[in-house]
Ligand binder design. Structure first.
Ligand SMILES: NC(=O)c1ccc[n+]([C@@H]2O[C@H](COP(=O)([O-])OP(=O)(O)OC[C@H]3O[C@@H](n4cnc5c(N)ncnc54)[C@H](OP(=O)(O)O)[C@@H]3O)[C@@H](O)[C@H]2O)c1
Length: 195
């Protein structure tokens, strides 16, 4: 176990630590404080994603490493596949995007995977998991969707345990991986779990 600011580790250092790993799961994000949200680096998640991908490429694994990114339902599908937002939703998203750097950063990180890594070369394949509002609690039934199903006006919820469960499925179950690789699944609690 290494405890460090990920951005303080060089790509070569990261590559050395990644060597021998089948999967990389990145759950870091801006901590919920004034400094975490508005302070540098404003592109923390995008930078970390770019560096981890470069490190995987530098490690030259014999089989593609599964890269799983903790993304967000605020992230738009880079191919514009999400259903269009309503007017109120659009206004809220524009306002938050303008004032909250982490929102833009999460989009940037997803764009790194989609635009720069794309279908993946011989070294990396990826999934960007998009949970809705995170809640504590146990693993419950949850749903996976290709595109957004809720909105800012009527948000969904996702138990953190369900995000973890799905991420573990992705890295351990080849069927789940083949189903979702190169995609940005939305993960939300099933209606019964939402109460
Ligand atoms: N909260 C939500 O409702 C929600 C919903 C959907 C998606 N998301 C997304 O999920 C991601 C994680 O969010 P969260 O709510 O789980 O945040 P969180 O509880 O604040 O966790 C963020 C983690 O990132 C770590 N971290 C921050 N900067 C780092 C760095 N430079 N190097 C290494 N680790 C670093 C923090 O470590 P320390 O504790 O040591 O500082 C912390 O463990 C974010 O991208 C967020 O946008 C959140």
């Amino acid at each position: 176990m290494v405890e460090a600011d990920l951005l303080s580790l060089s790509v070569a250092d990261l590559a050395q630590r990644i060597r021998g790993c089948d999967a990389v799961v990145s759950c870091l994000g801006h901590v919920a404080s004034l400094r975490g949200i508005f302070g540098p680096p404003r592109d923390l998640v995008a930078q970390a994603t770019r560096r981890l991908c470069r490190a995987i490429e530098e490690a030259k694994p014999p089989d593609p490493v599964r890269f799983v990114l903790m993304s967000s339902v605020t992230v738009n599908h880079p191919e514009g596949l999400d259903p269009p937002r309503g007017i109120l939703d659009k206004m809220i998203v524009c306002a938050l995007d303008a004032v909250l750097p982490p929102m833009r950063d999460n989009q940037g990180a997803a764009d790194v995977l989609h635009d720069d890594i794309g279908a993946g070369g011989p070294y990396i394949q990826w999934v960007a998991v998009r949970p809705d509002t995170l809640l504590p609690g146990d693993v419950t039934e949850y749903e996976l969707h290709e595109t957004r199903v809720d909105s800012f006006v009527k948000p969904g919820s996702t138990n953190m345990a369900n995000v973890a469960h799905f991420m573990c499925e992705l890295v351990t179950d080849s069927d789940a991986w083949v189903r979702w690789r190169g995609r940005l699944p939305i993960v939300v609690n099933a209606p019964a779990a939402n109460g």
